[in-house]
Design a protein around this ligand. Structure first.
Ligand code: PEP
Length: 251
């Protein structure tokens, strides 16, 4: 039985004060939330304050990206060890916005996953096709490329620590959610790929989140699908109310 996981990707939003206010609200509202893993991913500057507030709660902390080197002359980057030091358990890797605006490739995603795992972080690895790719009938090819490239060289044991997030790019921040059937079709395909790459047990145990305009009013329907194990939430994770309702709706 896979435990659902809901993660909030705050992207480039919130000052430290705003982040503290949001996290205090979530901590209050979600204190009783049971049967679901909850993760929030603020900007780097808010991580330490968030960690102070979330220590010993049921809400885990994550970062939105990471570099693969431990230290050195890499201006602007942050290492897995630094994220651990700031109190992170999770890190999002390969988000479509990183792939689109910052030249993230399967190769860099793969390096980041390996470095994150070595430092004891739990990667949330994003894959997903763009609208033109879906319209050209290439969605599954893109997913296969993202999954096989991103996970190259990893073991079944590594996969126990990894969460995958299927995020169709056309559904991110657009208000246009994939239908539960569209999402399930891809989730089941990803699980099939995991079975080919690893084995049946690994495929069955890996959690696959859906991401793309998840809201309080669509989470329950999405969660009915058998291969859908939670959500990566952008816009709706920035409000105490909506994120709380999504977490509660996922159980
Ligand atoms: C995301 O950024 O991962 C995301 C799914 O965003 P939104 O929920 O706003 O579509």
């Amino acid at each position: 039985m896979r435990r659902p996981i809901i993660a909030g990707n705050w992207k480039l939003n919130n000052t430290i004060n705003e982040a503290v206010e949001l996290i205090n609200g979530l901590k209050r509202e979600l204190v009783d939330a049971d049967g679901v893993d909850i993760v929030v991913c603020p900007t780097y500057t808010a991580l330490s304050d968030a960690h102070e507030i979330l220590m010993d709660t049921n809400i885990k902390l994550g970062a939105q990206d990471v570099y693969w080197e431990e230290k050195g002359a890499f201006t602007g980057e942050i290492s897995p060890q630094m994220l651990k030091d700031a109190g992170c358990d999770y890190v999002i890797i390969g988000h479509s916005e990183r792939r689109k605006y910052f030249n993230e490739t399967n190769e860099t995603v793969n390096k980041k996953i390996k470095a994150a795992l070595a430092a004891g972080l739990l990667p949330i690895v994003c894959v997903g096709e763009q609208l033109e790719e879906r319209e050209a009938g290439k969605a599954f090819d893109v997913i296969k490329d993202h999954v096989t490239g991103s996970l190259a060289g990893l073991s079944g044991e590594d996969m126990e620590k990894i969460v995958l997030a299927y995020e169709p790019v056309w559904a991110i921040g657009t208000g246009k959610t994939a239908t539960p059937q569209q999402a399930e079709e891809v989730h089941a395909y990803i699980r099939g790929l995991l079975k080919e790459i690893f084995d049946e047990e690994t495929a069955e145990n890996t959690r696959i989140q859906y991401g793309g305009s998840v809201k309080p009013d669509n989470i329950k329907e999405l969660m009915q699908e058998k291969d859908l194990d939670g959500a990566l939430v952008g816009g709706a994770s920035l409000k105490i109310d909506s994120f709380t309702q999504i977490v509660k709706g996922a159980v």
